[in-house]
Design a binder for this molecule. Structure first.
Ligand SMILES: CC(C)(COP(=O)(O)OP(=O)(O)OC[C@H]1O[C@@H](n2cnc3c(N)ncnc32)[C@H](O)[C@@H]1OP(=O)(O)O)[C@@H](O)C(=O)NCCC(=O)NCCS
Length: 184
């Protein structure tokens, strides 16, 4: 994919924007919480430098068009409370994957639904995606509900796809087609 120019999206309560070098501590605060990382394919962060590595990869992703990680920032306070990560862009097949995380203090208040809606709209309308995929742990009920609320369909089950800290975890695979999004 070609380079992705900086994107800023607005919702009622959030601004979604590219990551900056100054976001390290905010990312660390979110990802060092074991509750947030419970169903991730990695363990809770133990070193703020992990935030620097994520930001460096995000900047690479914007440059080579492979991913577009967005910070979710509260409009009222300017605080970074989560991330939305469209990635694995495939130009010819017009598809990508999506991942997301929100600081646990803000769960259950509809923030991710708000952020996801505007992101999906951008991916389908501005980036001309035809299909968006998500791979989640079947026990992650909040994530499953979020995807289903956005119109994602459960497409497959892959047993023992991840081994995280010695724990063997399954995957439920979700997909959302452009025509599914347009019909909501
Ligand atoms: C998954 C996550 C992003 C959801 O964010 P959120 O802002 O709390 O989601 P929303 O408030 O928009 O709610 C989405 C739906 O999940 C439901 N939900 C929220 N927490 C839930 C829980 N613990 N169990 C069951 N359902 C839950 C909400 O009620 C809502 O359903 P509804 O539309 O029927 O009302 C958030 O819980 C999170 O960051 N979890 C940790 C990181 C993670 O697991 N990321 C995904 C990896 S694939």
């Amino acid at each position: 994919m070609p380079e992705i120019a900086p994107v800023t999206l607005q919702t009622e309560r959030l601004t979604l924007r590219f990551l900056h070098a100054s976001d390290t501590q905010a990312l660390y605060t979110i990802h060092s919480d074991p509750a947030v990382m419970r169903y991730f394919s990695g363990t809770a962060w133990t070193d703020p430098a992990q935030g620097d590595a994520v930001i460096a990869r995000a900047l690479d992703g914007y440059s080579d068009g492979s991913s577009m990680e967005l910070a979710l920032v509260l409009r009222e306070t300017g605080k970074l409370i989560g991330t939305m990560k469209p990635h694995a862009f495939h130009a010819q097949n017009r598809r990508c994957e999506i991942g997301y995380a929100l600081a646990s203090a803000h769960w259950g208040q509809g923030y991710l639904s708000e952020a996801m809606r505007v992101t999906l709209d951008y991916l389908f309308k501005e980036m001309n995606m035809n299909r968006i995929e998500a791979d989640i742990d079947p026990r992650n009920l909040a994530s499953a509900k979020l995807l289903e609320r956005m119109g994602f369909q459960k497409e497959g089950y892959m047993p023992e796809r991840w081994i995280v800290n010695g724990e063997i975890c399954d995957t439920v695979f979700y997909g959302l087609l452009r025509r599914g999004w347009e019909s909501i």
